[in-house]
Ligand binder design. Structure first.
Ligand SMILES: O=P(O)(O)OC[C@H]1O[C@H](OP(=O)(O)OP(=O)(O)O)[C@H](O)[C@@H]1O
Ligand SMILES: O=c1cc[nH]c(=O)[nH]1
Ligand SMILES: [Mg+2]
Length: 210
């Protein structure tokens, strides 16, 4: 799996705001929105475009549009905070939704929503989830997508742990990842260290869901 780490001063500032425990939910969400714009910009650098003719007020010119607009798949809850800015960058994208909650004891993902097109063959799917810790949640999501025939999956995240990257690599699924950083590892609760805490809680509040 190709892993692209975005090193840019503006991205580093947004990531710092997300990491900082003093950032409240509005500041955290704003930083995630802005960082997602940058991550989407970099992750889509090589997507195919179709050329077509337009006219400027002065002369004919070449125009470009995305050849195969992607399907965006935010992973609820935390990925929901990336959905708006990703769709603003790619207005022709459609959107599917996957809901996964990690069990706090076993660290296994519990699926509670799977709202995806039945047939994803020939489609480019971009999965949005800020956190890749053990990799279990993203792997589960990518399996759902691959079962629907997709062979072209991009992952956009904010922070990844080496353990998660290895788990995704070991799955053998053909994917590429764009992230703002790879942190050193996980603690005993499978949280990324230093990380930024629980990305869902920091956006939407902490409560027990299941
Ligand atoms: O790589 P993993 O070990 O699977 O952990 C990462 C997952 O944990 C977080 O979601 P969480 O389960 O906390 O749900 P939430 O977004 O509703 O808070 C995060 O958004 C990922 O989906
Ligand atoms: O560090 C972590 C690990 C899993 N999920 C999060 O939101 N943060
Ligand atoms: Mg969470």
């Amino acid at each position: 799996m190709d892993v692209q780490i975005i090193e840019h001063p503006l991205a580093a500032e947004r990531l710092t705001a997300m990491r900082d425990e003093r950032s409240d939910s509005p500041r955290f969400r704003a930083a995630l929105h802005e960082l997602t714009t940058m991550l989407v910009y970099e992750a889509t650098r090589d997507v195919a475009v179709t050329e077509y003719e337009i006219r400027t007020p002065v002369a004919p010119a070449k125009g470009f549009r995305l050849g195969n607009p992607p399907v965006l798949v935010p992973v609820l809850r935390a990925g929901l905070g990336m959905a708006d800015s990703a769709q603003a960058m790619i207005p022709d994208a459609t959107m599917g939704f996957v809901g996964l909650a990690r069990d706090e004891e076993t660290h296994q993902p519990y699926p509670y929503m799977e709202s995806l097109p039945d047939d994803l063959s020939g489609r480019h799917v971009i999965v949005l989830d800020p956190m890749v810790a053990t990799g279990g949640s993203l792997l589960r999501c990518c399996q759902m997508i691959a079962e629907r025939g997709c062979t072209d999956i991009s992952l956009i995240c904010v922070l990844a742990a080496p353990e998660g990257i290895e788990a995704l690599q070991a799955s053998g699924l053909d994917m590429r990842m764009t992230t703002a950083a790879v942190d050193p590892g996980l603690n005993e609760k499978a949280y990324i260290v230093p990380g930024l805490g629980d990305a869902g809680d920091r956006q939407f509040g902490a409560y027990r869901r299941f």
